[in-house]
Design a protein around this ligand. Structure first.
Ligand SMILES: Nc1nc2c(c(=O)[nH]1)N[C@H]1C(S)=C(S)[C@@H](COP(=O)(O)O)O[C@H]1N2
Ligand SMILES: [Mo]
Length: 359
């Protein structure tokens, strides 16, 4: 059966953009550790490419001893692995930035957690034989388009990102399946990369080329776009966006939800980080003056989010309340109170107040 585009829309996703297709999960509907495929957000920069699975080939080239060209059947015949990984778009939460910035106005739902089955990138690299001159692995998608705003390269470009050779060999997966089903077109059929712990931008969909490079790649989607500033002393230095920042997001209540006074209410959500475990989620009702520890729920996996809940004794007095959640991870990182200005329009993990009505 041909993978369809209908599937993601069937899950009641919010349409942020039709062309290119950008769909968001209504995060208030979070009710399971694994995000069902039809509720997993979709982020595309260019039109979804038409791919003929029979003609499709994955090329591995560059600093390798034996360049390869593999058919889908050849890839499917290789030894697979299944991992659970959370992918968040680096622009998730952008609607909360003040003043408003350019880009898709994602709320809370440009994030999902799935079980991915595929071939470790390391096994392809091993087959091709990486030369000692190699430092990075560039992943190229089949999709292409023109960049609208300068500075921009001339003509159409492919969507592409690089990962350092160490990360490529460590845990990058070339996924064929998402939650036990063949990838849908929107999620990158026939093969997509999954780069655990990194923002979604690195998880290249419709993968068609793997280029092993002897020098760092400075492509559009990791310099002009999808980059941030880090300071060396006072001096800002530009870096590509890679690891996800620690973050807890409240699924329910929703902003302006009306909550019955004097009854218990289950506040719940998800929390994730990168290359670390979420060790604590806390909830505050007084703008962060005091914090109450939430309960982390059962399901865990190294690169997956953690669901959490907190039973709130809702005041008997009607009125307004403001809720905030914050996560801490095993690397000792926690969320900043205020927006980090050097993060630009990405990596939005400062504390977000959720105003509700008690009635
Ligand atoms: N080829 C290609 N890969 C891509 C993109 C894209 O536009 N083209 N978008 C990236 C971004 S920014 C994100 S957040 C994830 C989203 O993956 P999803 O659509 O499966 O949720 O795909 C990444 N991989
Ligand atoms: Mo993204």
């Amino acid at each position: 059966m041909k993978p369809s585009l209908i599937e993601p829309q069937a899950g009641g996703l919010i349409v942020r953009e039709k062309e290119p297709l950008n769909l968001e999960m209504p995060f208030g509907s979070l009710d399971s550790f694994i995000t069902p495929n039809e509720r997993f957000y979709v982020r595309c920069h260019f039109p979804i490419p038409e791919i003929d699975a029979k003609k499709w080939r994955l090329k591995i080239e560059g600093e390798v001893n034996t360049p390869l060209e593999l058919s889908l059947d050849e890839i499917r015949a290789m030894k697979t692995r299944t991992i659970t990984a959370t992918i968040e778009c680096a622009g998730n939460g952008r609607v909360f930035l003040m003043p408003q910035v350019k880009g898709d106005q994602w709320e809370r739902g440009a994030v999902g957690n799935a079980e991915w089955t595929g071939i470790p990138l390391s096994s392809l690299l091993e087959r091709a034989g990486v030369k000692s001159s190699a430092c990075e692995v560039i992943l190229q998608g089949a999709d292409q388009g023109e960049i609208k705003d300068p500075p921009r390269p001339a003509g159409k470009i492919h969507f592409a990102r690089s990962v350092p050779l160490g990360k490529a060999n460590d845990d990058v997966l070339l996924a064929l399946e998402m939650n036990g089903n063949k990838l849908t077109l929107a999620h990158g059929f026939p093969v997509r990369a999954v780069v655990p712990g990194w923002y979604g931008v690195a998880s290249i969909k419709w993968l068609e080329r793997v280029i092993v490079s002897a020098r760092p790649f400075r492509g559009h989607f990791q310099t002009i776009d999808y980059s941030f500033w880090e300071r060396i002393g006072d001096l800002p230095t530009q870096l590509p966006i890679t690891e996800m920042q620690v973050k807890a997001v409240i699924a329910r209540p929703e902003v302006q939800e009306v909550i019955p006074a004097g009854e218990p209410y289950r506040i719940h959500g998800a929390a994730w980080s990168s290359n670390a475990e979420v060790t604590k989620v806390e909830v505050s009702f007084d703008w962060g003056a005091t914090w109450n520890e939430a309960q982390l729920l059962d399901d865990t996996a190294p690169d997956a989010w953690r669901l959490w809940e907190y039973e709130w004794a809702v005041p008997a007095q009607p009125g307004k309340a403001t809720l905030m959640a914050r996560a801490t991870d095993s690397r000792g990182r926690t969320q900043p109170c205020k927006r980090v200005a050097d993060f630009g329009t990405y990596m939005i993990n400062h504390l977000l107040p959720i105003d509700v009505q008690i009635a």
